[in-house]
Write a protein that binds this ligand. Sequence first.
Ligand SMILES: [Zn+2]
Length: 235
Amino acid sequence: KQQHWSLLTSSSFPSEWKNNFPNCGGQRQSPINIITRKVKHDPKLTSFIFDGHENVFNMSSVRLRGGGLPATYKAVQFHLHWGENGGQGSEHSVDGECYPMELHIVHIKEKYGSLGDALNDSTGVAALAFFFEVLIPLVIEALGKVREIEDFKLTDIIPQANKLNYYRYLGSLTTPGCDQAVVWTVFQQTLPISKKQVQRDFFFFLLFNTDYNHQYLRRMKADLNSNASFFSCFS
Ligand SMILES: [Zn+2]
């Protein structure tokens, strides 16, 4: 019936997503709460190799490889998740700790033409998640007032990501249809934001922030083994 199901409908509670999208009730769903005493060191998880991150930004030239990934991936989308009224708004959490803001950089295997194509592959999508230490109200205020930033580079905002520790798990899109096609990388170190960066770089991210209405991304976390308590960073 709901062929044109939308995140913006008032009945779209995440707990009901599985009624229309069976994957949303699946076994490898995202986001998760990462329990650090349960993670194991994996020597296959090497440093990332970033291509195009030091150049003036051009989405089609950003490549990601290494990091234990099975292929080379290309960037297709950026977006941020944040809380309302200054609250915590990250999607993932670590030992139950939430963060004010979480950046997702979404990549697909180089061989695919679109995100849709990649979703049929269990490792078709590689998503990088970065936590930010502070929420910047300006980011929210600026919605709908985006402007071009001509000389933005990814390295302006992501410091030497190949030196950061990260957590790895196989998960899903965090919105319907919850496709279980995502290799998630959640970086351990949080990123600071300066006022200067807000003025400049975060307007840039808003250019890529058109896919979701984040007010509705209130998904409860799935636990990897799913018998732990469920909670959400949006409370
Ligand atoms: Zn996201």
